[in-house]
Design a protein around this ligand. Structure first.
Ligand SMILES: Nc1ncnc2c1ncn2[C@@H]1O[C@H](COP(=O)(O)OP(=O)(O)O)[C@@H](O)[C@H]1O
Ligand SMILES: [Mg+2]
Length: 264
């Protein structure tokens, strides 16, 4: 699904406003619940992500990967520490965010075009433009994006008429249609077969090169991270923390052979 970051955290006036990286986590911790049932999901974590970068979070189930995505989008508040986006505390200003999950979450009663159009109907400033009768222009943009992921000619189909891979391509289009500053991908290729997954890695790389959003990708798959990301942060559970952070040296555009050849 796609959303604009929700202002949730009370904004602290004594927090410095000037930051250098686009996304900054400063000594952030997060615990779910209280008392004996409390789960320390994220130990003290600091992370800097430059604008237009592509960072992968890799690690076992339960190590806090999705928690980091939720903190960066402002869906949950940090228990301690700060999250900054574009130099402001998360929630201080709306940030356009696109999201895609393991499950494509397309609405079954809408066509592909209508599904992809959804963020334009919801997220400012597109919402105003959309209702100011510029639907035709948006329609062209949707067709162009669908063609980019190999779905030209499918815009009048319903999700149930498509394969899992096609639905996931459409959900990537929906995550990108409103030109998000931040693209959050939570294991979007995890439920696909190996062939389809590798096909979508190539599509995702092309989309990133064409649109250059700042991407945070959560995955279990080191090869996927090495194919797609500029940087890989490896996480460990109990409590969740980043134990390794390294740059992926492969030139772009990358091919599947490059990651197959490497002992990653
Ligand atoms: N809403 C929640 N309430 C309680 N515990 C949660 C909640 N969401 C996640 N957790 C716990 O926090 C830890 C980290 O979760 P999560 O960030 O979803 O991990 P990952 O995405 O790496 O699998 C796990 O132990 C998980 O069980
Ligand atoms: Mg998760």
């Amino acid at each position: 699904m796609t959303l604009a970051a929700v202002p949730a955290t009370p904004i602290m006036s004594d927090v410095p406003a000037r930051r250098t990286a686009f996304v900054e986590l400063e000594k952030v911790t997060h615990a779910y619940g209280r008392g004996e049932r409390q789960v320390r999901a994220l130990d003290e974590t600091s992370l800097l992500i430059e604008k237009g970068d592509f960072v992968a979070l890799v690690g076992p189930s339960g190590c806090g990967k999705s928690t980091i995505l939720k903190l960066v989008t402002g869906l949950i508040n940090a228990s301690s520490g700060y999250v900054f986006i574009a130099g402001r505390q998360v929630g201080a200003e709306p940030v356009r965010v696109g999201m895609a999950f393991q499950n494509p979450t397309l609405l079954p009663w809408l066509t592909l075009r209508e599904n992809v159009m959804l963020p334009l109907k919801i997220v400012p400033p597109f919402r105003q433009e959309y209702y100011a009768k510029r639907k035709g222009e948006f329609r062209d943009r949707i067709e162009a994006l669908l063609a980019q992921v190999g779905l030209a000619g499918f815009s009048d189909k319903y999700p149930w008429q498509l394969s899992g891979g096609m639905m996931q391509r459409a959900s990537l289009c929906r995550a990108l249609i409103h030109e998000p500053q931040l693209l959050m991908l939570d294991e979007p290729f995890g439920a696909l077969d190996q062939f389809t997954r590798e096909e979508l890695w190539a599509i995702m790389q092309d989309l990133w090169i064409a649109h250059r959003p700042t991407v945070l990708l959560v995955t279990h798959d080191l090869k996927e991270a090495a194919y797609l990301a500029n940087r890989i942060c490896v996480m460990q559970a109990r409590p969740g923390r980043i134990i390794d952070d390294r740059v992926v040296p492969f030139a772009r555009p990358r091919t599947i052979e490059i990651v197959r050849r490497q002992a990653i």
